[in-house]
Structures are given as structure tokens and as C-alpha cells.
Write a protein that binds this ligand. Structure first.
Ligand code: ADP
Ligand code: ADP
Length: 230
């Protein structure tokens, strides 16, 4: 069943280009989707629409079948359902310790102290970062920061996880670890959407590929459909 749907979404950055020129896009429950395209194609902009961080100039976003209205209550609900992991973990990591950083979301959601603690513990364990609770995030390696940023989102238990260039700036081993984590999340029932410029990464991983260029969707389908018709 369809969870999120974008209908003819257009968006121009203030003092910037028209980054999305009429995007139609749908996310079904349980999919693994890769948005593929060169730098500047509009991938990040599209992803930022999915949890309400950007609001389209025109077009509609349908969330569980209804046209999404941008009020505080709906945005809160959308952001609880759709977790967003930024390309650069420094954008996302804000607290002085790993624990506080991962706890930020659960605290914001109003979880009890016990539930905050158990959510943080579980999320850090999931990403292989147990024992780092007291560490200042800025002292961690790029791969460790990435995993802390992922834990911060997982701790809120969203249904849909959005990763902007999940492996950027990681070495091959770190990239493989992150992609394995995404697969584990998928197996546990999450819907996963990534952006990438890397066809080699998308091809073996995705159920569905959405190829973007110049703010438009060029084509979409299975990796075989999309990449063999290029
Ligand atoms: P991608 O993720 O595929 O690299 P983006 O969505 O980041 O593409 O960018 C699409 C276009 O919008 C590019 O031309 C980019 O330079 C521009 N852009 C992205 N973010 C901003 C911004 N904050 N302000 C102005 N222009 C932006
Ligand atoms: P990505 O490939 O994920 O789009 P970028 O390097 O293009 O990453 O962008 C990094 C950050 O800079 C993002 O927050 C994006 O919104 C912003 N950005 C990108 N292009 C521009 C631009 N032309 N003007 C202002 N901000 C931009």
C-alpha cells in the first residue's frame, strides 16, 4: 500500500534554481528505493519534501491517502513517521555527548525517562555504537558519526527512513557496514529511501530506482529496467 505520494511537486529555492520541476513519486510500504542522479539533479531537495522540511511551491503530498496540510500537528506526525538522515552527520549531530544526541528525538517526542533510556540503548546497540554514550560526537570518526546520526533517527522508531547519500565520505568498509544496516532495517519492516549518485551502489540494493536529472524524474523501475535502458 502507498504511504507517501508526491503529485506534480515544484520547488524553487529562494535566490536559487528551480530544483524540482514537477515530480510525481510514490512510496509503497516496505520498499527499498534509490533516487539516483548526478550532483544537482534535485535528489536532496526531493528527499527534504518527504518529511516536510521543505514545502513545495505547488503540487500535493499525499500522506496515508490524504492531502498533507502544513500545520504544526501534521508536521509533527509526518516527522515521527519519516526519519531523515542527512548526508553530512555534522548537520544532524548537535548535543555534547553521543547519549544526549541520540536522546534528543525521544525526549522531544515526550517519551518517559525509562523509555528514552531504553530507546537510546537499543538504537546505539543496533548501529554498533554501544559504549560510546559519554563521548563527544566531534571526536568520532566519520563512520562513527554517521552511525550516531542513524541511531538518533532509529531511536524515534519511524516507519520510513530517508538517507541522503548514506555512504558519502565513508571508506569501502564503512560504506558496506552502512548498507548492511539499511538492509537490517528493511528486514525489520522499515521502508527505506536513499539518494545516491552511485549506480554501482543502487543497482544491487534497490527494489526500485528513480532516475533524476535537472529536477525531473527521467525514468523509474527495477534496477534492470532503469540501467539497461540508458
Ligand atoms: P542533488 O541532491 O541531486 O545533488 P540538490 O537537490 O541538492 O541536488 O540540488 C538541486 C539544485 O538546487 C542544484 O542546482 C543546487 O545547487 C540547488 N540548491 C540546493 N540547495 C540549495 C539551497 N539551499 N539554496 C539554493 N539552491 C540550492
Ligand atoms: P547534496 O549533494 O546532498 O545536495 P550539496 O553539497 O549539494 O549536497 O549541498 C550541501 C548543502 O548545501 C545542502 O544543505 C544544500 O541545501 C546546500 N546547497 C547546495 N547548493 C546550494 C546553493 N546553490 N546555494 C545555497 N546552498 C546550497
Amino acid at each position: 500500500s502507498t504511504i507517501l505520494e508526491l503529485k506534480n511537486i515544484k520547488y524553487k529555492y529562494p535566490n536559487g534554481p528551480e530544483a524540482l520541476k514537477g515530480i510525481n513519486f510514490r512510496i509503497d510500504k516496505g520498499e527499498k528505493i534509490a533516487i539516483v542522479g548526478a550532483n544537482g539533479a534535485g535528489k536532496s531537495t526531493l528527499l527534504l519534501m518527504l518529511n516536510g522540511m521543505l514545502k513545495p511551491d505547488s503540487g500535493d503530498i499525499l500522506f496515508t491517502g490524504e492531502i498533507f496540510r502544513y500545520d504544526r500537528k501534521n508536521l509533527r506526525e509526518l516527522r515521527r513517521k519519516v526519519g531523515f538522515v542527512f548526508q553530512n552527520p555534522d548537520t544532524q549531530i548537535i548535543a555534547p555527548t553521543v547519549y544526549q544526541d541520540v536522546a534528543f528525538g525521544p525526549v522531544n517526542l515526550g517519551y518517559s525517562d525509562d523509555k528514552v533510556r531504553s530507546s537510546v540503548k537499543e538504537a546505539l546497540s543496533y548501529v554498533g555504537m554501544s559504549g560510546f554514550e559519554r563521548r563527544p560526537p566531534h571526536q568520532l570518526s566519520g563512520g562513527e558519526k554517521k552511525r550516531v546520526a542513524m541511531a538518533g533517527i532509529l531511536a524515534m522508531n519511524p516507519d520510513i527512513l530517508v538517507f541522503d547519500e548514506p555512504t558519502s565520505a565513508l571508506d569501502p568498509a564503512g560504506s558496506e557496514d552502512v548498507m548492511e544496516l539499511l538492509d537490517e532495517m528493511h528486514i525489520s519492516g522499515k521502508t527505506i529511501i536513499i539518494s545516491t549518485h552511485d549506480v554501482e551502489l543502487a543497482y544491487p540494493w534497490a527494489d526500485r530506482v528513480v532516475l533524476m536529472q535537472g529536477g525531473r524524474v527521467l525514468t523509474e523501475g527495477t534496477p534492470d529496467d532503469v540501467f539497461h535502458n540508458k
